[in-house]
Design a protein around this ligand. Structure first.
Ligand SMILES: [Fe+2]
Ligand SMILES: [Fe+2]
Length: 191
């Protein structure tokens, strides 16, 4: 399955996100098969990962937090798992040999990371969205998430350079948050 990633029409945000999650699973399965065109498939999964995840962060997570469906910790955890997805995807995109044991190990690592995130997101973010948010609001979020996801795909996202930049951003934001928590722990406490 190396056909281009389908663009999504508007709908309930939970249903739309779930349909992409099933597409991730299909793409991972296709990538495991050595008889397939792994170069094309890694490109497909990279563009879907970036468009899907970045659109969740900009169009869904914060909006669900504002509706009190999820809390700040859920948002931060989701973003952290997206970053881990990019970090484990990058070695796959940089690989020059796509049919050896080393690629297989990199694929295993990426697959574990991504499947873990899909599972957690479906339980900890999509379940509350179903329960705490009205159908009308879910439709509004679905339209805005799908539009952003489609826009990124149309622009051509998921290049190795873009994924490298996303990994760099994730590492520098992790560093600065570690520094600020180290600073706050050394601040004298008010008497
Ligand atoms: Fe997702
Ligand atoms: Fe996600």
């Amino acid at each position: 399955m190396t056909a281009s990633i389908p663009r999504l029409e508007a709908g309930d945000v939970v249903d739309l996100i779930l349909s992409d999650h099933r597409l991730f699973e299909d793409l991972l399965r296709e990538l495991r098969n050595e008889q397939n065109d792994r170069d094309a498939l890694r490109g497909r999964i990279a563009e879907l990962l970036v468009a899907h995840g970045e659109a969740e962060e900009s169009k869904v997570y914060n909006q669900l937090e504002r509706k009190d469906a999820i809390d700040e910790e859920d948002v931060e955890h989701g973003v952290k798992e997206h970053d881990e997805g990019y970090e484990t995807l990058l070695p796959l995109l940089e690989a020059t040999e796509l049919y050896d044991e080393d690629f297989s190990e990199k694929l295993h690592e990426f697959s574990e990371t991504l499947l873990h995130h899909l599972d957690e997101e479906e339980r900890d973010i999509l379940n509350p969205a179903r329960e705490e948010v009205t159908a009308q609001e879910r439709a509004r979020l679905g339209a805005s998430w799908a539009a952003e996801r489609n826009r990124m795909l149309d622009e051509g996202c998921g290049s190795v350079e873009q994924v490298r930049a996303l990994v760099g951003e994730a590492q520098s934001s992790a560093q600065s948050s570690a520094q600020s928590s180290a600073q706050s722990s050394t601040q004298p406490t008010a008497e």
